[in-house]
Design a protein around this ligand. Sequence first.
Ligand code: TYM
Length: 334
Amino acid sequence: MAKEIVVSGIRPTGNLHLGNYMGAVTNFVKMQYDYTCYFFIADYHSLTTHPNPADLHNNVRQVLIEYLACGLNPDACTLYIQSDLPQIPELYMMLNMHAYKGELERVASFKEKARTQPDNLNAGLLTYPVLMAADILIHKAGKVPVGKDQEQHLEMARTFGNRFNRIYEKEIFPEPYAFNYGNNLIKIPGLQGGSKMSKSDGDANVISLINTPEQIRKKMSKAVTETGPLMVDSIPSEAVQNLFNLMKIVSTDEKLSHYTKAYANCSIRYGDLKKDIAEDLINFLSPIREKITLLQADNKLLAKVVKQGREKAQESAANTLKECREVIGFKSFL
Ligand code: TYM
C-alpha cells in the first residue's frame, strides 16, 4: 500500500530554535521513515517581510544545514527549497481566485500583523494561508507536522482544497490535518514568559539550536518563573510549566519527578531547577550544534541535497499541477 503523504516547512528567518525543533522538526525526523515526506524551506513565505537578498540566502542555507544536523535524511525524505518549485506559485494563483477577502481577513495571524505592522500589510500577508495551502496541496498531503500556532492555517488549507474539488467536480486534493504522533499540537512558550517562543520577541526569549553552553546558561538563568507556589499542590504558572516541559524533553524522569514533587510541597528552588535544565539542554543540543558546525563548510553536500530535493519535489508537484490545469480548462492547442 502507498504510504501516506506528509508536507511541512519552516520559514528561513535565521537559526532554528527549540520551538521549531519541538513543534516541527522532531516530528519530521520520525516521520521520514514512516511516510512519504516532503520537507521544505519556506523562502517564498519569508518575502512578506522584505528580507535583504544576502540575508535571505544565508538564512535558507542555515535552515538547510540545521535540518540535516537535526537528522533529516535526504535519501529518506524529499528535502527542498520552496522557491525551486514554480508549481507552487501557479497553484497559489489558482487557489487565490477562490479565496475571499473576508475569510482571509479573519485569520488570527493576519489580524495580529494588522495590529503589529500596519505599515506593511501587503497582499502576501493577506493571502499567506493560500500560499501555505498550495505548499501542502501540491503534493496531496494528508498529514502536516506543525506546532499549535499553525492550526488555523491547516483549517484554511482544507477549506481551499475542498472548495477547488467542489468547483471543478474532481477529488484532486485530500484533506490535510495537523499531526503530532498521537499527541496534542504543542506550543513552546518563550523564556521571558511570552506565550510562544519566537525570535520576534527578542533573542533572550529563545534557545537556538546553535547557542553555546555559556549562552544557554545565561538565558536559562534569566528565564522567568513565579513567586509561588504559596500553597501545597498549587497548579504551576505557564512559565513554570514551561520549565517542566523543557525538562520532559531534555532531563531524566527522576529529575523531573524530583522538581515536580518539590513544587507540590513548596520546597522548589528555581535557581537549581534552571541550572539543571541549562546543563541538560547543553548536553541535548551539543551534538546538534557540533553537526551544524561540521556542515557549514560542506558546500558540495548542500548543493547535492538541494539538487536531489528539487528534482524529486518537482516531479510530484508537476503531476498535481497537470491535473489542476486540466480541470480548470487550460487545454493544449497542439
Ligand atoms: P514558522 O516558520 O513560523 O515555524 C516553523 C514550525 O515551527 C513551529 N513553531 C513552534 N512550535 C511550538 N512552539 C513554538 N514556540 C513554535 N514556534 C514555531 C511552527 O508551528 C511550525 O510548525 N507558515 C509556516 C511555514 C509553512 C508551512 C507550510 C508549514 C509554510 N508553508 C506548509 C507547514 C506546511 C510558518 O511560518 O512556520
